[in-house]
Write a protein that binds this ligand. Structure first.
Ligand code: ADP
Ligand code: ZN
Ligand code: MG
Length: 471
């Protein structure tokens, strides 16, 4: 009997604001422990949180970019639990009335489009972190670093619309790219600014009802999310086929062992006793603000991929690689505009030099000139690689480097003179006409030499040699 997986993903994205969500402390990464704290984010009695407008703006822009409906009224709630990295003993989140609902993201898989629903987007604050410090006075000790307390997070919850680990990976990558395009999150999964919990269940193919789900945590890369899902789906299917039943629980992905292990069951699940935070007024967002922010939404990855592929006639795969970064896609378009040659060649170069381009170490002219020089046969493919590397290293114009390094093809004057002699000897009629004043024939001779050298001769030197010999 065939089984089908049902997957829903919950993403926590750290918003790229300068200050925290309810106080003016810095969100800067890597500060000494507890340096970025104040009475508000350390939860001292009697303090009042004040909502960061920028964080709301970022969440609204994300909602618009994912076709969500921004609710005119949303409410902050206290999620109560005790943990040493949470001094207030509650986290401020949104529960019953989130900031936005009912959106979707389209992903393209092998020529077909799949629409993955987004249930909700809400704002919340992060907790601190514990640093396990080893033994002290005979006991294992942990230290609390509260720098991350109240760093703004946005939670994005998908509908259970995902059917394969691969589709889950595609959804996550697209969501990450959208957030990065919007500049609301740096999207760094390894550093934890983009985290994902995965909910997964299986059911016999054709069955309408969902099976019991398990929640997977602790995956710190897209590949690990896919691997954890693959493993968990297999585990659940085998369990059912052996006559067992999946229990609702939270499981941890162990990347080294390549397995998921139980963390806590339904019975141990927290009861957070949510209630509206009395320190924060309901959040009212008017239509005019949403419309104003709608105007700031750039061309999004899906649109960009489709446009690059159709406008430049490049393969969709190339358009996807180029669109993996807004900067890279802009760079490609600027290079293509600077030299109107074959965009596929320009695309190849941009993809090859992506790292340097994104680091701002290459100009579109460099790529345009290299592509043009290759198309005119001035330089070889090997030379073009050497040239770009040198341009990255020195910041010099690539054609200056080309000339300084003599990287044009067949630049040996003696060799070119010999070829010119041969061409001149073989075309006496043209030589006569040229000498009689039809100097336009020069290009004929250049062409003959290019043909003779299969495009490998340095065109400028060819002209000089010919002029000297024919003159
Ligand atoms: P909970 O109340 O346990 O948090 P939710 O209904 O809020 O569950 O859903 C949390 C996430 O789990 C969502 O992304 C949702 O799409 C997904 N989900 C819900 N039910 C299932 C299921 N049976 N199988 C897989 N994913 C599911
Ligand atoms: Zn603070
Ligand atoms: Mg839930």
């Amino acid at each position: 009997m065939g089984f089908e997986a049902v997957i829903g993903l919950e993403v926590h994205a750290q918003l790229a604001t300068e200050s925290k969500i309810f106080c003016a402390c810095s969100t800067g990464f890597g500060a000494p422990p507890n340096e970025n704290t104040c009475p508000v984010c350390t939860g001292m009695p009697g303090v009042l949180p004040v909502l960061n407008r920028k964080a709301v703006e970022f969440a609204i822009r994300t909602a618009v970019a994912t076709s969500c409906r921004v609710q005119s009224r949303s409410v902050f709630a206290r999620k109560n639990y005790f943990y040493p990295d949470l001094p207030k003993a509650y986290q401020i989140s949104q529960y019953e009335l989130p900031l936005a609902v009912s959106g979707h993201i389209d992903i393209e898989r092998n020529g077909t489009t799949r629409r993955i629903g987004i249930t909700r987007i809400h704002l919340e604050e992060d907790a601190g972190k514990l640093v396990h410090a080893g033994a002290f006075a005979g006991a294992q000790t942990s230290l609390a670093d509260l720098n991350r307390c109240s760093v703004p997070l946005m939670e994005i919850v998908s509908e259970p619309d995902i059917r394969t680990p691969e589709e889950g990976g595609a959804y996550l990558r697209r969501l990450r790219d959208i957030l990065v395009y919007l500049e609301v999150c740096d999207g760094n999964m390894e550093e934890g600014s983009f985290r994902c919990d995965a909910n997964v269940s299986v059911r016999p193919r054709g069955q309408k009802e969902f099976g019991t789900k398990a929640e997977l945590k602790n995956m710190n890369s897209f590949r690990n999310v896919e691997k954890a899902l693959e493993h968990e789906i297999r585990r659940q299917i085998e369990l059912i086929e052996d006559g067992g039943a999946v229990v609702q629980e939270t499981r941890l992905w162990d990347a080294d062992a390549g397995v998921t292990v139980p963390m806590r069951g339904k019975e141990e699940a927290h009861d957070y006793r949510y209630f509206p935070d009395p320190d924060l007024l309901p959040l009212h967002i008017d239509e005019a603000w949403v419309e104003e922010l709608r105007k700031t939404i750039p061309e999004l990855p899906g649109e960009k991929i489709a446009r690059l592929a159709s406008r430049y006639g490049i393969p969709r795969y190339d358009a996807e690689l180029l669109s993996s970064s807004r900067l890279l896609a802009d760079f490609f378009e600027a290079s293509a505009a600077a030299f109107g040659g074959n965009p596929k060649v320009t695309a190849n170069e941009c993809i090859q030099w992506k790292e340097a381009i994104v680091a701002g170490r290459l100009s579109p002219e460099t790529i345009a000139h290299v592509v043009e020089d290759r198309e005119t046969g001035t330089i070889s493919a090997t030379a073009s690689k050497t040239l770009v590397e040198a341009a990255i290293g020195t910041g010099k114009p690539v054609r200056q480097i080309r000339d300084e390094k003599g990287l044009t093809q067949i630049s040996d004057a003696g060799a070119l003179e010999a070829i010119a002699d041969k061409v001149i000897a073989g075309n006496p009629k043209e030589v006569e006409s040229y000498r009689a004043g039809k100097t336009g024939l020069l290009s004929f001779f250049v062409g003959q030499i290019m043909k003779e050298t299969r495009g490998k001769a340095n065109p400028r030197m060819v002209q000089e040699v010919l002029k000297a010999k024919l003159g």
